[in-house]
Design a protein around this ligand. Structure first.
Ligand code: NI
Length: 208
C-alpha cells in the first residue's frame, strides 16, 4: 500500500513538473523560453478594470484587451526603469507588426495623481502611435493593479524636483481577451520579447 502511495506521489510530481514545463513554454525538443519569461502556473493574474485613457475616454478592460495586448504598469515620472521597459515594449510591438502580428501596447500608471490623461498622452504618443495610456482615480488604479498583482508605493524624495517616486513591480503582461498568456520580467531585449510573444501567440493560433 505504501508503495502505491509512493508511486502515486512520484506520478503526481512528474505531472506537476510536466505542467510547469508546459506553462513556461517548452517541451521535448523545443528551445527553452527566454530567461525573462516567467512561469504563470495558472496564477490568477488579470481581471476587470475601468480606467480613463490618454484621450480622456473611459475604457474598460474588455475594450482595452480586445486582442493580443502587452500591458505594463509604471509611471511617467519614473527616472529610468519605466522609460526603458516601455521603449522595449514599443519596439517589440513594431517587430511583431513587421511579422503581421498585431499587438496593442498599454501603459497603466501607478501614479494617477501626476499621470493625468494629458501627461500620459505626451508619454505614450512619444513612444508608439498605438500605445494606450491608462489612468483613473486612485481607487480605480488600485483595482487594476491588484488584479495584476502589481505592488506599488509612494516614496517621498523631498530634496528632489520630483518630490516623490514610486516603487513598483515592473513586469510586462501578454494578455488575451480570455486572460493572461505570458508574463515577462525585466531583462529581455525587444527582439527577445517579440520572439517569445510571437511563439506564445502562434501556440494559440494567432499568427502573422
Ligand atoms: Ni518605473
Amino acid at each position: 500500500m505504501q508503495r502505491i502511495v509512493l508511486s502515486l506521489a512520484a506520478a503526481i510530481s512528474l505531472l506537476v513538473i510536466a505542467a510547469a514545463l508546459f506553462l513556461v513554454g517548452f517541451g521535448p525538443g523545443e528551445r527553452p523560453a527566454p530567461q525573462a519569461a516567467l512561469a504563470i502556473d495558472g496564477a490568477d493574474i488579470g481581471g476587470p478594470f475601468t480606467l480613463v485613457d490618454h484621450t480622456g475616454a473611459t475604457r474598460d478592460s474588455a475594450e482595452v484587451i480586445d486582442g493580443p495586448t502587452l500591458i505594463y504598469f509604471g509611471y511617467t515620472f519614473c527616472p529610468d526603469v519605466c522609460p526603458i521597459d516601455s521603449q522595449i515594449m514599443a519596439e517589440a510591438v513594431d517587430l511583431l507588426a513587421e511579422q503581421g502580428v498585431e499587438v496593442t501596447p498599454v501603459f497603466v500608471t501607478v501614479d494617477p495623481v501626476r499621470d493625468t490623461p494629458t501627461e500620459l498622452g505626451y508619454y505614450v504618443e512619444a513612444l508608439h502611435p498605438d500605445m494606450v495610456g491608462l489612468t483613473g482615480s486612485e481607487a480605480e488604479v488600485k483595482t487594476a493593479a491588484d488584479a495584476y498583482k502589481v505592488y506599488y508605493s509612494r516614496v517621498e524624495v523631498p530634496e528632489s524636483r520630483a518630490e516623490y517616486l514610486m516603487n513598483h513591480t515592473a513586469y510586462t503582461y501578454l494578455m488575451m481577451p480570455d486572460g493572461i498568456a505570458a508574463l515577462y520580467r525585466r531583462g529581455a531585449s525587444a527582439a527577445e520579447l517579440a520572439a517569445d510573444v510571437a511563439r506564445v501567440l502562434a501556440e494559440k493560433g494567432v499568427t502573422g
